[in-house]
Design a protein around this ligand. Structure first.
Ligand code: GAR
Length: 199
């Protein structure tokens, strides 16, 4: 299965996926391209070091639809069948989502539906929850809303700061995202309403 990965920054989840594809933890998959909306994204360099094709496609004053249309076209040109958002910090247009029906997934650093949107780890920390975590989900037309594929609970410790908590969640994100993608590329699942069932 040909994967396309979208990033906006550091790219640690992208790198974890690339290494899992490389060492066979995610079998039957290849990363066709890594695309960033931010040309300065450090993750682009990390992908290049792995020999993966990269593209920077900045918005450049265009509408979301125009910008997304270019990204979709580059993904389709390369035969991408599945899109993984890995710290991609822009909302996708309806057209983008409809171009890849049930073929876009995202990782979010909270236990959805709690703490949607930006800085989810800090939102959870500031709220005072004792447990938070991370979620892999299908992307639909609402923010951080699509059917849930996998979740991992992470405990908030007494001596945590928002930063130490984010760091611990990130370590779990890498594992959870790889497990989820390996299951999805295995193709033995169905989506029934909001439920993703594996068999
Ligand atoms: C990750 O924590 C990811 O869950 C989060 O951005 C970070 C990207 O890190 N994504 C979101 O908040 C999306 N709403 P990375 O670039 O090192 O993978």
């Amino acid at each position: 299965m040909k994967l396309g990965i979208l990033i906006s920054g550091r790219g640690s989840n992208m790198l974890a996926i690339a290494e899992a594809v490389e060492n066979g933890t995610i079998p039957n998959a290849e990363i066709a391209v890594v695309i960033s909306d931010k040309p300065s994204a450090h993750g682009l360099l990390k992908a290049q070091e792995k020999g993966i094709e990269t593209l920077a496609i900045p918005r450049n004053g265009r509408t979301r639809e125009e910008h997304d249309a270019e990204i979709v076209s580059e993904l389709k040109k390369r035969g991408v069948e599945f899109v993984c958002l890995a710290g991609y910090m822009r909302l996708l247009s309806k057209d983008f989502i409809r171009s890849f029906p049930n073929q876009i997934i995202n990782i979010h650093p909270s236990l959805l539906p709690a703490f949607k949107g930006l800085d989810a780890q800090k939102q959870a920390f500031d709220y005072g929850v004792k447990f938070t975590g991370c979620t892999v989900h299908f992307v639909d037309e609402e923010l951080d809303h699509g059917a849930i594929i996998a979740q991992k609970v992470v405990e908030v410790k007494e001596d945590d700061t928002a930063e130490t908590l984010s760091h611990r969640i990130l370590e779990h994100e890498h594992k959870l995202y790889i497990e989820a993608i390996a299951k999805i590329t295995g193709n033995n699942y169905e989506i029934v309403g909001r439920k993703v069932r594996f068999f």
